[in-house]
Design a binder for this molecule. Structure first.
Ligand SMILES: CC(C)(COP(=O)(O)OP(=O)(O)OC[C@H]1O[C@@H](n2cnc3c(N)ncnc32)[C@H](O)[C@@H]1OP(=O)(O)O)[C@@H](O)C(=O)NCCC(=O)NCCS
Length: 378
């Protein structure tokens, strides 16, 4: 794979009309999107080896043939989901609701979970959740999100996860996915199967002590979620990287991530009508502004109110995961002392069946108008 010029990462020749100048002044210019260098062992040439009972099975590692029990690799039936959720909660030490919200969250009917079974028990799994994500022209494309990648500790390094990732890729090819994304800390594992790391900007700041405001605290019931959905749709209709959220995504995956126990959502109203909202969550133990939509003239109130809420929770530093070139990001810069830029390398992407070119995929991630929203990620 050729090394791409870094300009592709930001969109060829495109001026970055953001408040990037502000960040550059403070931190020096933002590093270009990293990659794409050819990642280590990308060999997908499976070879046949024998399991202990002589049955044929494939291994990606000819020098270290798998000699354990023969595993069965297949898609999970819905009745097998509870066993998979057990495996996921065991491996990730995350509460059950997180996974069930994703299992139910697609509403597409073509989400898939794959499992490796040894002696009838699930020992490894990969979940693919389908989403519609807008490209740079705001056309929704079908995208496969990868999650719940886990292997029971007693069954690791047998190639199970790799085998399931290959099944996931085949399923995404069949289902017409254009590209795929995942979030991870074990990038090398996925690089072998064609995913590449994209560098995403983590913009953060220390909450100012002299900014205060008030707004209504929202609870994510059906009525509120419907009102938020209307504002979100208008806000993101032309935004690259925005997920087109089905009703079901709002009521499962999004609702779970807006749980008041995990953060807070603020709103402004004209009479009974929600005019704008701002969602703050605490993913991975870091407080972050994760979503905002609606009447931008309300943003100063909403962000000032978020500053008050954060201070009341003793939060000093907060991330802003809104697109760099957005009214939300501008409002964020007014409630923090200064905006710092850190690089995150936890997101990986890959085209599916060459339906999107690498330059286009990287350009999408480099476009300051868009950003993958935390509420739509794994
Ligand atoms: C990451 C994880 C899913 C990998 O599962 P796995 O089934 O062990 O994965 P594989 O067997 O396909 O590959 C893992 C390693 O085993 C090696 N391996 C694969 N087949 C092998 C074989 N037959 N003999 C020896 N080693 C083998 C691979 O080279 C790879 O090596 P590495 O550790 O240097 O990368 C598992 O470690 C896990 O559940 N971790 C905790 C949860 C987690 O981090 N999930 C990912 C979140 S994004």
């Amino acid at each position: 794979m050729p090394i791409l010029p870094t300009s592709w990462a930001f969109g060829e020749g495109r001026e970055r009309e953001t408040f990037q100048h502000l960040i550059d002044k403070q931190n020096g210019p933002r590093k270009p999107l990293v990659e794409p260098k050819p990642d280590g062992d990308q060999s997908r040439n499976a070879i046949a080896t024998s399991g202990e009972n002589g049955a044929k099975q494939t291994s990606l590692f000819p020098n270290r043939p798998y000699t354990g029990p023969v595993a069965e690799y297949r898609i999970l039936g819905v009745e097998e989901y509870p066993a998979a959720v057990e495996l996921w909660t065991d491996v990730f030490r995350v509460e059950r609701g997180f996974f069930t919200s994703l299992l139910k969250g697609g509403g597409d009917g073509d989400n898939h979970s794959f499992g490796a079974f040894e002696n009838g028990a699930i020992v490894s799994s990969v979940h693919v959740f389908m989403r519609q994500i807008r490209d740079r022209d705001s056309t929704p494309l079908k995208v496969g999100g990868i999650g719940s990648v886990s292997t029971h500790p007693d069954h690791r390094k047998h190639g199970h996860s790799g085998r399931l990732l290959q099944l996931a890729i085949e399923a995404m090819e069949r289902e017409g996915c254009v590209w795929s994304f995942l979030g991870t800390g074990v990038n090398d594992h996925y690089a072998r199967y064609g995913w590449r790391t994209v560098s995403t900007p983590d913009l953060w700041g220390t909450v100012r002590s002299d900014v205060s405001g008030k707004a209504t605290m929202l609870t994510p019931d059906d009525t509120t979620l419907d009102a938020m959905a209307t504002l979100y749709e208008a806000e993101t209709a032309r935004r690259p990287m925005a997920t087109v959220r089905s009703n079901q995504v709002w009521r499962t995956a999004v609702r779970y991530r807006l749980d008041p126990a995990k953060g807070f959502t603020l709103g402004t109203f004209a009479g009974d009508r929600l005019t704008a909202y701002l969602a703050v969550a605490n993913p991975w133990g870091r407080w972050a502004i994760v979503d905002a939509a609606g009447d931008e003239s309300e943003y100063p109130h909403l962000f000032a109110a978020a500053a008050t809420q954060l201070r009341s929770r003793d939060v000093r530093d907060v991330l802003c995961l809104l697109p760099e070139a957005s009214a939300g990001m501008k409002a964020f810069s007014t409630i923090v002392e200064k905006v710092h830029l850190a690089e995150s390398r936890s997101e990986m992407v890959r085209p599916i069946a060459d339906r999107l070119s690498w330059p286009n995929l990287f350009a999408m991630y480099g476009d300051p108008r868009g950003r993958h929203c935390h509420l739509d990620a794994f």
